[in-house]
Write a protein that binds this ligand. Sequence first.
Ligand code: 3IX
Length: 141
Amino acid sequence: MRPNGCFGCGQDNPYGLQIESHWEGDEVVCQWTPKEYMIGPPNYLYGGISASLIDCHSVNTALSYAHKKVGNDDKYDRSIQMVTGSMNLRYIKPVPMREVELRATVEKVEGRKYFIKTELQSDGITCVRGDVVAIQLKAAQ
Ligand SMILES: CCCCC/C=C\C/C=C\C/C=C\C/C=C\CCCC(=O)SCCNC(=O)CCNC(=O)[C@H](O)C(C)(C)COP(=O)(O)OP(=O)(O)OC[C@H]1O[C@@H](n2cnc3c(N)ncnc32)[C@H](O)[C@@H]1OP(=O)(O)O
């Protein structure tokens, strides 16, 4: 989708994280590598960056799922809009400053609420687990 200035996934935001998420079976997956200045504790990723990664990846999972539900797999429909309603994170292990993988699944959908479970992994080990509720905005009247 262009233009896209989203801090998480916007290719048009040079200061953003520029994540790219794609479907792999029933999961939405993304590989991403931190910049040196995104450090928090010595040698480890800043927790707010992990939160941003999980936030954007999860909301995009919901957004893409909502598109699929109406039989639209590849064309972005600007009338379908999604925001983060709530996000609960469990920081299980510190995240090393190297490539991470995000893996998200749609747990359930209730009306406009999409319940997404996302894991942030390093070398196949889950470091952060997120439960995100993405909410589809009411269609403009
Ligand atoms: C796989 C490839 C991916 C492809 C993607 C492709 C392209 C990408 C393109 C574009 C990308 C664009 C954007 C990037 C995506 C993400 C960006 C990152 C995410 C964000 O950065 S986003 C900003 C932060 N976010 C907000 O700024 C939200 C502020 N807030 C509000 O705008 C309202 O507050 C709202 C809308 C949330 C609700 O308002 P509302 O009036 O629509 O809804 P209402 O109150 O009627 O509630 C309806 C039902 O939701 C329940 N509910 C309400 N609030 C809840 C909550 N907080 N948590 C859990 N449940 C909640 C109620 O309990 C009720 O549930 P029930 O129906 O069961 O009673």
